[in-house]
Design a protein around this ligand. Structure first.
Ligand code: NAD
Ligand code: UDP
Ligand code: UDP
Length: 326
């Protein structure tokens, strides 16, 4: 197996967010110097509080839509709100974050000759006609809808990555991440797994958008981080885009029932309008990941991952109420 080269200076943008904080932790555990850059829009200091005392960890408040001059060997570009309610809160800023953020991080990578990985998304496939989704599929995205700031921003970021690769010979890696969940999602994140778990634990109604027949494939955070590290460690010929996700596919109704069972909750299901352009189905074809990431495949089944996440939120919600302000 190809080893991830030790002792690098690694920049993680969006490092105080859900995925970023797990990534920073793993990188520190592997002996790297980690510079975590975040504007705390959806991420929090709390997510990385346990890393602050680490001698190789540095936290910088910075918005990636502005230039950043630092000296690093590798860049993981994760900065961007990922939950629809948050990325739609200020859609112009969301596009700026994806596009100007990518330009700045690519400019930085170009100046210091760093390797750079983009956290892209399954949303580049939009509401797909091809199922499961393979990397060759170009997607079906509405360019002017409520989700476009995120979807098209991420698509443009991919374009920029490949143009910097072709034009400036940058070493790039593009990961198309499918729905990922786990501990350290924000209580008010708004995505389906945290919503259902928090609602179930509080005994509130579980909000199903539409009739709940739409599907998603949920990847546990540890599996995702492992794949991202392996992708960064691949040879320069591997640029991606590569799907990373768990091919297990579930409807939102199935997910709600699992959460109710796991929490023993008496919450009722309530049905609410389906948001505009909500994709009907989503499942990754991960053949390419298996091939290029040393046989990587997700290890954590949904039931186990949900149990871990329920335990996390249960502990969080049982602590004093101020924790909900994070
Ligand atoms: P998150 O919202 O928890 O994390 C995003 C982080 O980026 C936050 O800490 C936020 O404060 C920071 N950020 C936002 N705008 C910024 C800016 N302009 N400058 C600096 N920092 C900024 O979301 P997440 O789930 O951890 O997602 C991380 C990345 O992975 C995102 O790029 C997202 O698009 C991508 N992704 C995530 C998933 C998933 O299911 N979790 C799926 C596909 C893609
Ligand atoms: N940039 C940055 N840090 C650096 C180098 C560049 O943030 O260390 C930004 C800079 O703001 C620039 C952008 O990256 O606008 C793109 O850089 P590039 O060199 O590709 O373009 P140029 O500087 O020629 O516009
Ligand atoms: N969803 C839901 N109830 C919620 C939150 C989301 O039924 O409280 C649905 C949403 O409409 C979508 C799916 O769950 O069909 C996944 O939503 P999420 O926001 O987690 O991710 P995305 O739509 O970006 O894949």
């Amino acid at each position: 197996m190809r080893q991830y080269n030790p002792s690098k200076r690694v920049l993680v943008t969006g490092g105080a967010g859900f995925l970023g904080s797990h990534l920073c932790e793993r990188l520190l555990n592997e002996g790297h110097d980690v510079l975590c850059v975040d504007n705390f829009f959806t991420g929090t200091r709390h997510n990385v509080e346990h890393l602050l005392a680490h001698p190789r960890f540095e936290l910088m408040r910075h918005d990636v839509t502005f230039p950043l001059y630092v000296e690093v060997d590798e860049i993981f570009n994760l900065a961007c709100p990922a939950s629809p309610i948050h990325y739609q809160h200020d859609p112009v800023q969301t596009t700026k974050t994806s596009v100007h953020g990518a330009i700045n991080m690519l400019g930085l990578a170009k100046r210091v000759r760093a390797k750079i990985l983009q956290a892209s998304t399954s949303e580049v496939y939009g509401d797909p006609e091809i199922h499961p989704q393979v990397e060759q599929y170009w997607g079906r995205v509405n360019p002017i809808g409520l989700r476009s700031c995120y979807d098209e921003g991420k698509r443009c970021a991919e374009t920029l990555f490949f143009d910097y690769h072709r034009q400036h010979k940058l070493r790039i890696k593009v990961a198309r991440i499918f729905n990922t969940y786990g501990p350290r999602m924000h209580v008010n994140d708004g995505r389906v797994v945290s919503n259902f778990i928090v609602q179930a634990l509080r005994g509130q109604d579980i909000t199903i958008y539409g009739d709940g027949s739409q599907t998603r494939s949920f990847c546990y955070v540890d599996d995702l981080i492992e794949a991202m590290l392996r992708l960064m460690g691949t040879g320069d010929d591997v640029t991606g885009p590569i799907n990373i996700g768990n091919p297990g596919e579930f409807s939102m109704l199935e997910l709600a029932r699992k959460v109710i069972e796991l929490t023993g909750s008496r919450s009722k299901l309530v049905f609410m309008p389906l948001p505009a352009d909500d994709p009907k189905q989503r499942r990754p074809d991960i053949s390419l990941a298996r091939e290029h990431l040393d046989g990587w495949q997700p290890k954590t089944q949904l039931d186990q991952g949900l149990a871990n996440t329920v335990a996390y939120f249960d502990a969080l919600l049982s602590r004093d109420a101020t924790v909900l302000e994070f």
